[in-house]
Structures are given as structure tokens and as C-alpha cells.
Design a binder for this molecule. Structure first.
Ligand code: DGY
Length: 337
């Protein structure tokens, strides 16, 4: 019997192909860049499974292009805003993601961004390299201390909690947070306080974003929210670019309304090199490297392949976002952050 076909949208750590090759015919996009829309639509034809990346928009058109035998979409990411979840649910297509295994790597990048912006590392390093380091400067490259500060975590999920743990454990930072419900275990662990977003913005020295992107979080941080932040405060975003109104952020940074921003995610991605945000000394931009460690990416590949295999076999996904009722009882949904 012919093996079911899976479309793999990019080259991934070897473990994914090793796990899939016994049971599937693998159709893998080989380019360094994501498949174009046409390549994606052609690539998924007759597939039973799709292994997608956060840069691949998987919507009704793609599901139609795959055909009625499509059983599972497995995202190589914890976030799944690139997938039309309602459409998949309506069609009875399982959707999986890769939670937990990138939590530490992403929290580390949030802290790295915070330290780098607070101590103005990009400017200092550029000045050293470009010959502007003339002497030890009593008044040069002055940054912000981390001691005796308050960190506001917007979205106290796995990555938010790992970021809070690093700051609270390392610098004794006070923790404020938002989440749908207060989390007593978080309050106890970090001596944290659940507060409305407005309070968090007004009372935090540092604000780190960890909510999933959906209709309720797009531009959650805009002009009005930035105005509430303190002049010495720093905004960190390792979640999704669209959570921040980037034009409003540019203005706030340019006018010195906040001290700085560290962004691992932007709108769009990649952010074009001539984007005005790159011109600002107080904004550090990384190319979405939160999960970019060997360990995290290998584990993500294993989870993505395990989801794909389970979905193709008609078994419950080990890491489900949408689990069709016909396969495994009532549908369940898990938070992407
Ligand atoms: C995710 O998994 O959603 C991350 O953004 C990828 O690093």
C-alpha cells in the first residue's frame, strides 16, 4: 500500500525526517526561504499531514489544496496564529504544536534582551568596534540597574513564568502579571501580584510580553499603553510582533517616552533593513531567535513529528491544539504562550 504523503515546509533537524520516513512519503520544501504561496499550495496536494512553520499561513485555501484526506497539521512552534484553527476544527483536522521544550530558551532571550537594552550593550559594542572608545568614560554608556526593580509579565504562561523565575530568583525582582485568572501558585512562587494591564504598565520598570497572538491581543500595546509606562522603563517582546503597535512604539522610543525596547519579534518578519526602528539607539532587534538552541529545536522537531505521526494514524496527538472529537473525544485547545 502506498505510504501517506506529508508535506514538510522547510529543512528541519534530522530527527523529524528520521521519525517520519518509515511511515510516510516525505515531500520536503528544500529552499532556505519559506515556500511561496504557490509552492505551498502545490506542495500540499494529496497530503495527509502538513508540518508547517510559523511563517506558513495555513488557511482554508491550503486545506482545500491538500484535499479531503488531510488529517493533521503539525506546527513547528508553540504559537499557532499562522493556522486557521476554527477552519481546521470545522473540518475535523487535528492541529498540534510544540509546547514546553522552548520555554527556557525563549525566557533566556527575554532576559538577554533586557540586560542588553538596560546596559546599552549594542551601542557600547558598536562604539568599541568603530573606534569611538577613547577612554574610560565616567559619564559614558550609562545604563539602568536591575536591582530593586519591578517586572511586569503580560501573559503568565510557561514562558512568562520562566522569565519571572529568572528575574525574581536572580535579582529579587518584584513581579506583577496579567493573565485571564489570578494564579495562586505563581503568587506564592514569586510573591507576585495579579493586576490589570494598566496598573502593570504604570508600576513596572520592565515589561515583558508573553501572550499568544489572537484577536484580543493584536496591538495590545499601543500609544495609550506606552504612554502609561515610565520614562526609564523597557519593553521586551519575545511573543509575536503584532502584539505591539510598532508605529506607536517607534514614536515612544524616538521621543524618549520609554528608555528602550528589545524585540525578538516584529511586523513583518523579517523586518526590512531600512525600517526606521533600526535607526534608534534604544531599540535592539533580533531575528526571532527565542527558540534557537540545538536542544530546543531538536525537541521541537521530535514533538512536531510525533504529532504528525499520531494524527496520520488517527490517534490522539501528544501535543494537541485541536483534537477532532471523532478521534479522541471532545475537542481540546491549549494556550499558545
Ligand atoms: C514559537 O514556537 O511560537 C516561537 O515563536 C518559535 O521560536
Amino acid at each position: 500500500m502506498a505510504k501517506p504523503i506529508v508535506y514538510v515546509a522547510r529543512r528541519l533537524p534530522d530527527v523529524a525526517v528520521r521519525m517520519l520516513s518509515g511511515e510516510c512519503e516525505i515531500r520536503q520544501h528544500q529552499g532556505e526561504l519559506p515556500p511561496t504561496r504557490d509552492e505551498l499550495l502545490a506542495g500540499v496536494a494529496r497530503c495527509t499531514g502538513i508540518l508547517s512553520l510559523l511563517s506558513d499561513r495555513i488557511d482554508a485555501e491550503v486545506m482545500d489544496a491538500a484535499g479531503p484526506q488531510l488529517k493533521v497539521i503539525s506546527n513547528f512552534a508553540v504559537g499557532y496564529n499562522n493556522i486557521d484553527i476554527e477552519e481546521a476544527r470545522r473540518r475535523g483536522i487535528a492541529v498540534g504544536n510544540t509546547p514546553d521544550v522552548l520555554t527556557d530558551a525563549t525566557a533566556d532571550i527575554a532576559i538577554a534582551l533586557l540586560l542588553a537594552v538596560a546596559r546599552r550593550l549594542p551601542q557600547a559594542a558598536a562604539d568599541a568596534r568603530q573606534g569611538r572608545w577613547k577612554t574610560w568614560e565616567p559619564l559614558g554608556w550609562l545604563g539602568i540597574d536591575l536591582q530593586d526593580r519591578t517586572l511586569g509579565i503580560v501573559g503568565m504562561g510557561r514562558i512568562g513564568a520562566a522569565t519571572a523565575q529568572r528575574m525574581h530568583g536572580g535579582w529579587g525582582t518584584r513581579i506583577l502579571y496579567t493573565s485571564r485568572q489570578p494564579k495562586p501558585e505563581v503568587d506564592a512562587r514569586f510573591n507576585a501580584r495579579h493586576v490589570p494591564l494598566e496598573t502593570l504598565l504604570e508600576q513596572s520598570d520592565f515589561v515583558s510580553l508573553h501572550v499568544p497572538l489572537d484577536g484580543s491581543t493584536r496591538h495590545l500595546i499601543g500609544r495609550e499603553q506606552l504612554r502609561r509606562m515610565q520614562r526609564h522603563s523597557i519593553l521586551i517582546n519575545t511573543a509575536r510582533g503584532e502584539i505591539v503597535d510598532q508605529d506607536a512604539l517607534y514614536e515612544a522610543l524616538r521621543q524618549g517616552q520609554i528608555f528602550g525596547a528589545g524585540l525578538d519579534v516584529t511586523t513583518p518578519e523579517p523586518l526590512p533593513p531600512d525600517h526606521p526602528l533600526y535607526q534608534l539607539d534604544n531599540c535592539l532587534i533580533l531575528p526571532h531567535i527565542g527558540s534557537a538552541t540545538d536542544k530546543a529545536r531538536n525537541a521541537m522537531a521530535e514533538r512536531a513529528a510525533a504529532n504528525l505521526l499520531a494524527g496520520m494514524r488517527g490517534q490522539p496527538l501528544p501535543f494537541p491544539v485541536v483534537q477532532p472529537p471523532v478521534e479522541a473525544g471532545p475537542s481540546t485547545e491549549r494556550n499558545g504562550g
